[in-house]
Each structure stands twice: as C-alpha cells, then as structure tokens.
Ligand binder design. Sequence first.
Ligand SMILES: Nc1nc2c(ncn2[C@@H]2O[C@H](COP(=O)(O)OP(=O)(O)O)[C@@H](O)[C@H]2O)c(=O)[nH]1
Ligand SMILES: [Mg+2]
Length: 478
Amino acid sequence: MDYKQSVEESFFVDDHCYYIGLILISTISILVSKYLVIVFSTARHHLKLSAIKTSEMAEPTMKEMNILILGETGVGKSTWINGIVNYLSYSSLLEAENGKLLSVIPTSFSVTNDDYEEVIIRTGNDTNEEVQPGYSSTQYPKSYIFPRGDTLIRLIDTPGIGDIRGVAQDKENFKRILDHLSYVPEIHGICILLKPNNARLTVIFQFCIKELLTHLHRYASKNIVFCFTNVRTSFYKPGDTLSVLKRLLSENKDVEISISKHTVYCMDNEAFRFLAAVKNGIEFSDYDRINFSTSWDKSVEEMNRLLAHITSLHPHRTQDTISLNNARKLIVALKKPLKISGSEQAFISEAITEFATFLRQSATTPYNDGMEDYLDHLIRAEQEKVTLGNDRRVLNSLKDMKSNYTHEVNILKESISSSSSNRQESSSERVTEFIDKLSKHKEAGAQLKETIDVVTSSKRNALTYLETRLVFIQRSNK
Ligand SMILES: Nc1nc2c(ncn2[C@@H]2O[C@H](COP(=O)(O)OP(=O)(O)O)[C@@H](O)[C@H]2O)c(=O)[nH]1
Ligand SMILES: [Mg+2]
C-alpha cells in the first residue's frame, strides 16, 4: 500500500515560504506481523481501517529523540506540543500570525474580549481529546513525531495525573502511559511540566510529583527535566514551586534528581493561545502583541536549550521502567490467595522475592508515600460535601481506596524487607524471565497468565498505540 495514501490532512503554511504536510498516520493501531494495521477510532466507536508497512514508516538515516511529557492535568502539556510545532515552523510570532495556525492537538479555552464577553476558542479536531472546558482532555498517550534537522523528534503527550475523575483514573492513565511506552524502546528526555505558583496546594503537588517518580526507574532520573509553563506572569521564572520541589526531591535520599540550569526550563504557551484567538477573530492591542512576541521568543529559546540538553543525555531504556511497574504490580497481585498447591506457591514466592529485589534496587521511590495525605485531603473535602447533603458514595469509595492503598503499601514494605537477604543483582531481564515462567507454569500457568495480562504492560498486551507523524517540508528560500 502506498504510504502517501495515509495522508488524512495537510496544512499549507504561507505558500511563499514553505509548506507543511501533516500526515496523520495512526490513531489506534495493532501490530500484526510486519504490517501495522491501523484502526482509526472515534470516541463514538466508528472504525476506519488502513494498513501501512512498518518498513515504509521507518526512516533509517535519522536519529531519534523521544521525549515523554508528564504533569498534572491542565498544566499545559498538549498546548506546549502545539506551541512547539508552530515554533519549529515559523521564525517569529508575526510570521505565524500571517500563516496558518498549526494545531495538532485540539484545544478549547476561553478568552475575554474587549466587551468583557467570554469567547470560547477551539482549535483542531481529534477524538483522543475530550474538549469540554473543565474536563481532563487527553484520553490516551499519543506520540507526535516530526523531523528537526537530522533528528526525528517524538513528543509523547500523556493524560495528566491529578485527573478530576480521581485516583482510579490516575492509575488507569499510568497503565496507558506504560502500554504506550512498550512501543518506544528508549526515552531521551522526561519533561515534568509544572506551574510556577501552585505550591500552595502542597498535598496535591506532593502527590503528583511522588506519583511520577514512583513510576520511574532510578536510571531515568538523569533524563528528568522540569519545565515550567504559565511563566509570563512570574517573569519567566519558576516562582515558589521551585523551593517546594527542591525540598521534595531532597527528601528522596536514595536517588539524586538535580535541579540546575540544565534541568529547569521556563516557557509560556500563551503565544499559541494568542494565535488561536487571533484566528478566531479576537483583536489584540499592539501592547499585547509585544508581550506575546516576547513570550514566543523566550519559549523558542527555552525549547532550543532543552533539545540541546536532551541530545547530550544517555537514553533511558524504557524496559527498565516498564519492568519496575510490572514487578510492583505483580507483588501485590500474587500476594492475593490463589487456588494452587504448596509446590507452586514456593515458585510464586521465589518470583515475588525477585520482583521485590528489583523494586528495592531500581525504584526511584518504592511507593508513593504522599498518597495517604492526598487521599485524606480528598476525604476531608468530600466529608464537607456530605455534611452539606451530598450522598456518601464518593466518600465511601475514597475510604475504601485508602484502606486498599494502605494494604498494598504494607505488602510492598513487607516484600521489600524480606527480599533484603537476597543479595543477587536483579535486572529487568530477570523480571521478564520470571513473568514468562509464571505464565507458562505447568499447573498454575493459566490462572497466573490471566493475572499477568491484566496487571502488566508489554507490547504483546498493549493493543492501544496512537501516533501522529508530521512532515515538515521546508523550501530553500525559507
Ligand atoms: N496562560 C497560559 N495558559 C496555558 C498555558 N499552557 C496551557 N494553558 C491553558 O491551560 C489549559 C490546559 O492546557 P492543556 O494543554 O490542555 O493541559 P494538559 O492537560 O496538561 O494537556 C488550556 O486552557 C490552555 O489553553 C500557558 O503556558 N499559559
Ligand atoms: Mg492534554
């Protein structure tokens, strides 16, 4: 099949300079032998199928740079990606204003016009995004891939943590992120996005940062950078979030995550919002234009500095992070009573010891010790609502969640401490080997395989993988 047939949408940016072809290659895809069968799915489950040979998708001469973008819901992950696509396509805000708005991820936000009326601005259209204002937007992780010089950059947009649908949705979101990562063997940069002055809500902030670190292998700590969005009002500085962040990171004694010029970046996505508003007919003063133009320049400068830093890093092997999460989840799952004989139990115990050893040796932090405070905070807020007449369902489910979590943490603590006599070096290969042996176990295999398939992430299990490829073709007179 002709690769070009997969072009579903294309943008032409300022005919006189250059044009950009946006190739939407896949939405939900399932890997079948050497063909990538792509299922384009809308949220309403309309299906459209196309197939592309994976060999035709590969661009062997180009280097890869894979960047994972993490952060609280609403911090600006998706808008930043939209901004980057524009920064790489236009040389200034003015040029972008005269060209076509490039919006690869749909956004919706409101602005106030000169008559103090609220105007909803919408850009793009993608069923992976829930664009009702106030609702967590990005539903599944999705890779946005585009060339920059000799490098193919892959920005991985993710659903946020601190999802308004709650802790269970956060858990599901992390599972989706790990499933997505099973398709990306190496990650060069991990950008944790933050807002400059939201340390006021320390409990939530602490939970979010710890939740992110809990999911990362300690080797990934060298690839972490902190990117501050919404910084125009704090003069392009990280505000008081930085000191809270420093304190949190210093509490994590085992693994050093450095805060320095190389690991802190400050940008604002307002230039993209400005462009979207202009394209929707909102008028701005020259004064505003100057501010947004500065915002554009600063953000481009920070983007270039960030990409240069990430280029200098040794990539993180994604499998290490995936194995860490698999090991943690399997310790908890395998501790549940199974209908099996004594000799099988001995093998399971051996596997648990291996997983706990890996967790002890490799976790950035073995479990999120900010979770209980976070749940208490949610429980207190919900308790107030119940006092005002809300029913108790949410409150009860939060309480259940807290007792389940306490139970899980106890299992992890216990397994880690009883594994401490195991001096052997564990590895993600050993974890994978044990998972494999468990699922092929003579008697208990079928039962164990079911558990393994539900809790672990692997390319075999992950049926969901979304990506969009953008092809920038620059004319020589640019
Ligand atoms: N002022 C300002 N607003 C932003 C910035 N980044 C994102 N937003 C707005 O914040 C809201 C959430 O952004 P979004 O990119 O969807 O966040 P995500 O959940 O992290 O993907 C949207 O209304 C954006 O327009 C920023 O740097 N400055
Ligand atoms: Mg998003």
